[in-house]
Design a protein around this ligand. Structure first.
Ligand code: BTN
Length: 325
């Protein structure tokens, strides 16, 4: 089956809003047989879509499952380029790797790779990332902003602000940001961000922003070893969240804030970020690869470093660490 044809057929069924899509016309346009179209329709039905087949008229979509595919995301999308191309998987090892390959092969700015399940999801420092099927948002966005390589790590902070704003808008919950890449609710992790770079020495070629969000998990959907430290939107609200709608909202804020960062520098994002930080002003322990330091977290620098006031009064800028509050 051709994924592009499948996505296009689904998009048209959605957009037709109850008007039948002619199998013959679609087949002619894509140089396929009517039987081939019928096979796509059967596949949609197996995936949980309800489709009416009306004689001499065509196919009508009457119901769709909670899937984060192109059609469901794009129905709600308000962006210029983010999410306008969606590469959707029922299951994959990691969207991050697929996005890296796609970026290397010239994928457009804003291309989104998204999967219902990851079998080898990865977090920061190559730690495993649990990605249960149909429960969360596991996605990697390819962007090509005009930034210098040293400006790329700040995109983690840009993404963090976009995610917190989108959660606020769609779910009405106040999440906080734990530097550098965790989104927390009531002290438990709801989202992790993994920002990776493809670059020339003086120019960013692509940034891959990997976002993993725990959405409709019950506690048993998490591996036992993280049940005490992880949470989901469902555990907090008791309700199921429309994942496609949340993705569309995140992409809107992310596109807006990325443009803001590229045009006006990090200042405005820094202000937004500090408003949501749960780290600033607190006594923290920063565990790095070779050392651990303790002090009062002051805020972030223009470069996105965490500034910590040590007990001897000196200020240390931290690039990357696990923070214990
Ligand atoms: C972290 O907190 O350590 C970052 C977690 C990032 C997880 C996301 S899920 C989508 C994308 N694919 C991956 O394998 N990882 C990122």
């Amino acid at each position: 089956m051709n994924t592009q044809v499948k996505n296009e057929l689904l998009r048209r069924l959605f957009e037709a809003n109850g008007i039948p899509i002619s199998g013959q016309e679609f087949a002619d346009e894509f140089g396929l047989s009517r039987t081939a179209i019928w096979k796509y329709i059967k596949e949609f039905e197996e995936e949980g879509y309800d489709i009416l087949s009306i004689r001499k008229k065509g196919y009508v979509l009457t119901g769709s499952p909670d899937r984060i595919n192109a059609a469901n995301i794009q129905k709600k999308l308000k962006t210029k380029s983010y999410g306008r191309i969606v590469d959707y998987y029922e299951s994959c090892a990691t969207t991050q790797l697929i996005a890296h390959d796609a970026a290397q092969n010239g994928a457009a700015d804003g291309t989104l790779v998204v999967s219902e399940e990851q079998t080898a999801g990865k977090g920061r420092l190559s730690r495993p990332w649990s990605s249960a099927a149909g429960k969360g948002i596991w996605m990697s966005l390819i962007i090509r902003p005009s930034l210098m390589p040293q400006e790329a790590p700040q995109m983690t902070l840009v993404a963090a602000v976009a995610i917190v704003r989108a959660i606020e808008e769609i779910v009405g919950l106040e999440a906080t940001i734990k530097w550098p890449n965790d989104i927390m609710i009531d002290g438990k992790k709801i989202t992790g961000i993994l920002t990776e770079l493809q670059s020339d020495p003086d120019r960013v070629k692509a940034i891959i922003i990997g976002i993993g969000m725990n959405i409709n998990h019950d506690i048993d959907d998490f591996p036992e070893e993280i049940q005490d430290i992880a949470t989901s939107l469902k555990l907090k609200t008791g309700k199921v969240t429309d994942r496609a709608r949340l993705i569309a909202e995140i992409l809107s804020f992310l596109e807006l804030y990325t443009e803001m960062y590229v045009k006006h520098g990090f200042g405005p994002i820094k202000l937004l970020w500090e408003g949501y930080s749960n780290t600033a002003g607190k006594r923290i322990k920063a565990v790095m690869l070779n050392e651990t330091v303790e002090g009062i977290a002051l805020g972030i620098s223009e470069e996105g470093l965490l500034e910590v006031k040590m007990d001897d009064g000196t200020i240390k800028g931290i690039y990357s660490a696990d923070i214990i509050i």
